[in-house]
Design a protein around this ligand. Sequence first.
Ligand code: FES
Length: 300
Amino acid sequence: MIAESNPIVLQRLLQTVQDIGKWNIYICGEYTELIETMSFGSTDLLLLGNVDQSSCFEIYRICHQEWKDLPVIMVSHDAVIPDFYRNWIMEKKGFNDVVSSDPANHNQFVKVIQNVTSVIRAQKQALSLSSSAPSLKGDAIALTIDGKSTKSAKGTRLLSALLSNHAKILKACGGQGRCATCHVFVQEGMECLTPPTEQELITLNLMRIEKSNARLACQCKILEAGLVVEIPKGKYVGSEAELESLVGKKAQQSLIHPITGETLVYEGKLILRSALQRMQEVDREFEREMGTLLTRSAIK
Ligand code: FES
């Protein structure tokens, strides 16, 4: 399990861990999601970085209480690991360590992961095969992402399942149900997901896409096997300035508005100034609609 909300650090952690061993990796950027996901299956290792606004020490304390034998590696974003991390780790029982996510400390990080990998392997060998401990694999349910079959623990947030399977999806609003970057199209098995939240319905209503089978992956959890989802094809445009810098070039892939999900330029087409104007229009329309919505909810 990797708990980290900073996308750049997350990529670094993912890369290192994937290079070292064969892991089923689950990613969480929020505290509740982390605890929920861990509750559904046995986790071998927790890499604990920054999780939304929660204190990593508090999360560590809770995890340690709940899963005493779980190895936890804390991730400091500093190049020089502050002493309070080491002091904290030293007070705790079990296999714990702290690493720096700074690229300058990559070799040290690799060593720690290699070390913990051998500890986990030894622990697993020592466990009787008849152990009744539930495994993530045992509790896993099947789903299909862009035509590829995979498995996920029951109750996993769809966004976590997608990210764990390296789906090309973003979470620009941090999983709060306020953007289009995590939307997917459900081809089969809408009933396998939890119902839409109020926030999801508001956002979907504002989006300019085919909505009948769209869901925001950060707002729903997988409850049953049989879900088939498709990820929208294309790249979300970060800002008007980014689109402006691309004017005159050919779109290597479709360019999508990050809030409304509208395709601004289709793959292979020339990126014209009119696309930028369209983005500006969409932004203005969106702000107006948001304003109306806020006024309506204030009147209620
Ligand atoms: S990440 Fe923004 S709505 Fe899901």
